[in-house]
Design a protein around this ligand. Structure first.
Ligand SMILES: NC(=O)C1=CN([C@@H]2O[C@H](COP(=O)(O)OP(=O)(O)OC[C@H]3O[C@@H](n4cnc5c(N)ncnc54)[C@H](OP(=O)(O)O)[C@@H]3O)[C@@H](O)[C@H]2O)C=CC1
Ligand SMILES: O=C(O)C1=N[C@H](C(=O)O)C[C@H](O)C1
Length: 243
């Protein structure tokens, strides 16, 4: 049994996480939100924190976990290079797992995407389409980026240098070797991702459909408890799930 605290506790994921922590037999040690609660104090009475909030919360979460000497799982998306640098720095002192998606299904999908990208020739165009609920604030989703990284790794290319996103107007033809992203927003969709491999006169579509947020919450709790006995370092969901 571990004491697990939540950053972003009043949010959609916060509610699912509270349920998943209890269901896994752990103790929910409390939560903080933008203007409520003290993350340093929460870390001091927890064995691990999970952060599903906003990029602006990240540094305070990392600092609090470092001060308390406890691991942290970061599920927040919309992270920029500076946030990843802060995570790398914290991972010198404590175990940290950051991922755009904590579900078993997406972790497996990323594996399949990597495999397909490495085996299909680069005349197979890769496009990633995602749909989320109307309240989502970042695009493309963290999962779409994670899948893009898996595809780029399989292809042996740099994702940032080969991204095509937000096409609009006279865009010109698709760049050779590009990985394209398109984001749809509407309703209450928990999360849908399709990676297309579009070849000449044939097409492969690899899809993951999240039916509700508990899949993310269960994966996050599994990840946080897996981190408890780990040395300082940066870890991944495939390591947690043994994929
Ligand atoms: N990795 C994964 O598997 C998944 C990741 N996510 C990601 O998790 C994040 C949260 O998603 P969701 O729960 O839907 O979002 P919500 O908007 O429902 O919840 C966000 C919560 O974070 C709090 N918050 C915002 N800013 C801060 C801050 N600076 N310090 C502390 N708390 C803060 C908000 O508090 P307040 O209301 O007071 O502003 C709110 O309670 C998003 O980035 C989302 O993309 C979501 C699902 C799965
Ligand atoms: O904001 C969400 O809801 C989700 N965010 C994550 C993302 O950006 O990929 C994961 C999941 O798709 C739900």
């Amino acid at each position: 049994m571990a004491r697990i605290g939540i950053v972003g506790s009043q949010g959609r994921m916060g509610a699912a996480l509270a349920q998943a922590i209890e269901a896994a037999g752990h103790e929910h040690s409390g939560g903080v939100d933008r203007d409520e609660g003290d993350v340093t104090e929460l870390a001091g009475r927890s064995d691990a924190l999970v952060d599903f909030s906003a990029p602006a919360a990240l540094q305070a979460t990392l600092d609090a976990c470092k001060a308390a000497g406890i691991p942290v799982l970061i599920g927040t998306t919309g992270l920029e290079d500076e946030h990843h640098a802060a995570i790398d720095e914290a991972a010198k002192a404590i175990p940290v797992l950051q991922t755009g998606n904590t579900s078993l299904g997406v972790t497996m999908l990323a594996h399949l995407v990597n495999e397909a990208a490495s085996r299909l020739g680069d005349d197979w165009d890769i496009e990633i389409v995602e749909m989320h609920h109307r309240m989502k604030v970042d695009a493309p989703s963290g999962t779409a980026k994670l899948l893009g990284e898996a595809a780029a790794k399989g292809r042996g290319i740099d994702l940032a240098a080969n991204t095509e996103s937000g096409r609009d107007g006279i865009t010109g033809k698709r760049a050779d070797g590009a990985i394209g992203f398109a984001a749809l927003r509407g309703g209450t969709v928990a999360g849908e991702h399709t990676v297309y491999f579009a070849g000449s006169e044939e097409r492969i579509a690899l899809t993951h459909l999240a039916e509700n947020r508990m899949i993310f919450a269960r994966g996050a709790v599994k990840g946080a408890s897996w981190l408890l006995d780990k040395d300082a370092g940066r870890y991944t969901m495939p390591q947690v799930l043994g994929l």
